[in-house]
Design a binder for this molecule. Structure first.
Ligand code: ATP
Ligand code: MG
Ligand code: MG
Length: 548
């Protein structure tokens, strides 16, 4: 990636460092602890932490916790875990709520400068005077209160003398500004609510615009990076910093990540959780970092994805398949190849009289260290996939059918001699003979077969539950559809196969293990697993499934 051209934020940072504008680059990642982090946040994390990894300096983790109602310590903890899992370390763990005293003092300073006032108009009255983007607004009747009166009312707001909504504090800027956000924005509101860190100390809370830039400034953040929705907030960001005469942090905006077939606002993800439409924030179908982790994604694959999508100034929509590409690329090199039969049917080898035999399987021919080998038990009764047998074979069918031959992976060539059906006409057993001279690695049979299938020895197999996932939404853009986004949930996004058979070696699987189930995809153990009941998630299918 040395060769890669700089993104526009890297260009700004390089210029600012080269010109001596700043000696030390300081960025921050500022999540609101009102939900679990998602893949969109991963993009912002990789950008902010990536800049200081590349150019030196440091990145703070600042919880933007100025809204007492939606924030929880559970979310603070999960967000920290997810950032660490992605592979990043912050310099300081900070909370906007730690700045409540300073922010209050900033508000007092604005009042003293004649740049803020207490308004007791109702929300409707304020809206009515706000104007429209093409028409100027009008001054509130309370705009010209004296400094003394404003200080007195603001103090009483803080002291809890008034009910929620009775008074607000507004910046006194310009009711005719073409930027609606500059028309005397609200900067403090009364909210009698307990805060996850400050408890009941405060009953007034700063609005986002009054908290964010000043928090950046307090921390001497040099480049405050946010998404494009905040472009129009920049003027206000700069205004507060200028009027308060504090450290001049600067805001830069980039295009947020939008991904097909998913939703990505915490508010919407919370609805899915609360309405039990998924099993939790870490449901493997969720675009959350915890969901991706449980699904089997690696930190490296998520970072690679963020690198590939790049940093742009215009909104775009990224295909979910790019994320899948990134995890396949990683797992192809690292995941051991094993055998698991998801939809089993019995195969009996009628002429095999050796009892059991230990075969040797290659773990991963793509691994950088060669991958090593493992022992795979073989016997006369195997499980194979139901779909690998056809009673009446299609054209170009190279797998099992009456009279047809196929290779059993790592083992022998077998020939289908017969099959058994139950009273409903379903095939229940396939009878084969094997060619003793055709053993993989020492085949002297001279027989060529086109198909190779996987299997597990019935007497050695462990049973497992396998969970297969598909897109969570049927629409590529559920956010943009008519009606509620939840109407576009994919009813088939989870398929549970409760009677799969796996190689005995997989009984040793742990939560960090990643496996390629030959021909079936990449899988990992799920946290629901117990020693009695193994549960595997399919992370992603294989790109090159065997041609059917
Ligand atoms: P959400 O609607 O999902 O809650 P948010 O922007 O309100 O998103 P924050 O917790 O405030 O969530 O976000 C923390 C940081 O992550 C912000 O700097 C924000 O710009 C960034 N971020 C959030 N969503 C995305 C996204 N889809 N793509 C890139 N960055 C994002
Ligand atoms: Mg936000
Ligand atoms: Mg939000």
């Amino acid at each position: 990636s040395e060769e890669k051209s700089l993104n526009f934020i890297e260009e700004i940072v390089e210029n600012d460092l080269n010109s001596g504008k700043y000696d030390t680059l300081v960025t921050r990642f500022p999540p609101e602890p009102n939900g679990y982090l998602h893949i969109g946040h991963a993009k912002a994390i990789c950008l902010n932490f990536g800049l200081t990894q590349k150019y030196g300096g440091y990145t703070n983790l600042r919880f933007d916790d100025t809204n007492p109602v939606t924030e929880k310590t559970e979310y603070v903890n999960s967000q920290q875990e997810d950032i660490k899992w992605l592979g990043f370390n912050w310099k300081n763990e900070l909370y906007a709520s730690d700045y409540f005293d300073e922010l209050y003092a900033f508000a007092v300073k604005l009042i003293e400068k004649g740049l803020a006032y207490v308004d007791e108009s109702s929300a409707d009255e304020i809206a009515a005077l706000k104007g429209t983007p093409t028409e100027p607004g009008q001054d509130s009747p309370f705009r010209n209160r004296s400094v003394e009166e404003n200080l007195d009312l603001f103090t009483r707001m803080k002291n809890g003398e008034f009910a929620d909504g009775a008074y607000i504090l507004r910046a006194k800027i310009d009711m005719a500004s073409p930027n609606m956000l500059m028309r005397d924005p609200i900067i403090y509101r009364i909210k009698h609510a307990e805060h996850h860190r400050t408890g009941n100390k405060w009953c007034i809370y700063p609005m986002y615009d009054f908290a964010h830039g000043q928090s950046d400034s307090i921390e001497h953040i040099t480049h405050s990076i946010c998404t494009l929705e905040y472009v129009s907030h920049r003027e206000l960001y700069d205004w507060f910093i200028e009027k308060l005469e504090i450290f001049p942090s600067k805001q830069y905006e980039f295009a947020r990540l939008n991904l097909t077939s998913t939703v990505m606002s915490k508010r919407k993800l919370l609805q899915l959780v609360n309405e039990n439409l998924v099993s939790g924030w870490d449901d493997p179908r969720m675009p959350t970092i915890s969901g991706l982790r449980r699904r089997g994604f690696t930190p490296k694959s998520v970072r690679e994805f963020c690198e590939r999508i790049g940093i742009a100034k215009r909104e775009n929509l990224i295909e979910l398949s790019l994320l899948e590409f990134c995890i396949r690329e990683d797992l192809n090199k690292t995941a051991n190849r094993v055998m698991a039969v998801l939809d089993p049917i019995k195969l009996v080898i009628t002429n095999y009289d050796k009892g059991t035999e230990e075969l040797i399987g290659e773990n991963n021919p793509e691994a950088e260290d060669g991958g090593g080998t493992r022992v795979i038990p073989f016997s006369n009764e195997l499980w194979i996939e139901r779909e690998d047998f056809m009673e009446v074979p299609a054209k170009k069918w190279f797998r099992l059918a009456p009279g047809a031959m196929v290779r059993l992976k790592f083992a022998y060539i077998v020939k289908c001699e017969d099959f058994v059906k139950d009273e409903n006409g379903n095939v229940t057993e396939i009878h084969c003979t094997y060619i003793p001279e055709s053993k993989s690695g020492s085949d002297t049979s001279g027989i060529n077969v086109k198909g190779t299938i996987h299997w597990v020895s019935a007497q050695h197999a462990k049973t497992a539950e396998i969970r297969l996932y598909d897109r969570l939404f049927t629409s590529e853009t559920p956010d943009a559809e008519e009606g509620d986004f939840k109407e576009y949930l994919n009813p088939e996004s989870l398929k549970v196969l409760s009677n799969a058979y796996i190689e005995p070696a997989l009984a040793e699987a742990d939560l960090d293990g990643r496996y390629q189930f030959i021909r079936k995809g990449y899988f990992c153990l799920d946290k629901d697993s117990t020693s009695d009941k193994l549960v595997f998630n399919r992370t992603v299918t294989l790109k090159d499934t065997f041609k059917k």
